[in-house]
Design a protein around this ligand. Structure first.
Ligand SMILES: Nc1ncnc2c1ncn2[C@@H]1O[C@H](COP(=O)(O)OP(=O)(O)OP(=O)(O)O)[C@@H](O)[C@H]1O
Ligand SMILES: [Mg+2]
Length: 258
């Protein structure tokens, strides 16, 4: 299963991605977790040891690698470079693995506006494409912002996009915008996940104001999330409630996919 996770800033995308990663690992899947945030923090949420995270460099910042593979200097425009650079070795070589989860940091996916084709973006697109096409494992992509940079080429390889929203009008407004973009690039399945739910009224608000998206599940507001951050532990280890709720989301995704 290949899932992308999106939503307004701060709604709980990274928390959900980390919970999904451990849920799939506990079902004996291999998991590749992709952090597409320009300031990566999925590794922390997954409880990766500091030294493993420090050893990672986001792919977008690997200037020498990008130059070597594309034949172009990073950040240059108008030069000649390969449109199909070799990337198949990158997920294994430049990732870190902890408790059965492989973590790859993409870094800032700069597209420089419509129509920009620069060496970094060509390499990153190619990388995401082969990950979605060739990797025989569960792939989870924590998309810090919109889905535009997924591009049409990769979107039909994603099984589903989970759009996370808090019980606020603004985060549901962002969910509606993301839905539009995701529909434009033809992502096959879109779902809403209600996050930071503190009362039945929160649930109702999300269900009633969903921008026409099926709600695949809810995640409770839980002080264990804050505790996990401070203890540098995965939320999965500290919140039985969120573990149960995430399992329900995975079950629903799997039965929908069948
Ligand atoms: N279920 C929850 N219960 C309580 N707090 C939560 C919950 N989910 C997330 N949070 C808190 O909300 C904040 C944002 O969470 P998270 O980093 O997962 O969101 P995000 O959508 O990935 O944010 P960003 O857009 O910055 O990447 C964090 O401080 C986190 O502790
Ligand atoms: Mg995040």
């Amino acid at each position: 299963m290949k899932l992308a996770i999106s939503g307004k800033g701060g709604v709980g995308k990274t928390t959900l991605t980390s919970l999904l990663a451990y849920t799939f690992v506990n079902q004996n899947f291999n998991v590749l977790a992709i952090d597409a945030d320009p300031s990566p923090c999925l590794g922390d949420a997954l409880g990766f040891p500091r030294e493993l995270i420090q050893g990672l460099t986001p792919i977008a910042e690997m200037g020498d690698l990008i130059a070597e593979r594309t034949g172009a200097k990073p950040g240059t425009f108008g030069g000649i470079f390969k449109m199909n650079p070799r990337v198949d070795d990158i997920p294994d070589r430049f990732s870190a693995t902890h408790r059965g989860i492989r973590l790859l940091e993409l870094g800032a996916v700069k597209m420089g506006g419509a129509g920009c084709i620069c060496a970094e973006s060509v390499l990153l697109k190619q990388l995401v494409t082969i990950i979605l096409l060739q990797r025989n494992e569960v792939v989870l992509m924590d998309l810090y912002a919109g889905v535009e940079h997924l591009g049409r080429a990769t979107s039909d390889m994603v099984d589903a996009l989970l759009i996370v929203a808090e019980p606020t009008a603004r985060s549901l407004g962002t969910a509606a915008q993301i839905k539009q973009l995701a529909t434009d690039i033809k992502i096959p399945q879109l779902y809403l996940v209600g996050s930071k739910i503190a009362s039945p009224a929160d649930r109702d608000f999300i269900a009633e104001n969903s921008p026409g998206l099926p709600v695949i599940g809810f995640l409770s507001a839980d002080p264990a999330v804050l505790r996990a951050d401070r203890e540098r532990a995965p939320v999965y280890d500290l919140s039985p409630t969120l573990v149960t709720e995430t399992k329900a989301i995975v079950d629903a995704l799997q039965s929908d996919a069948r």
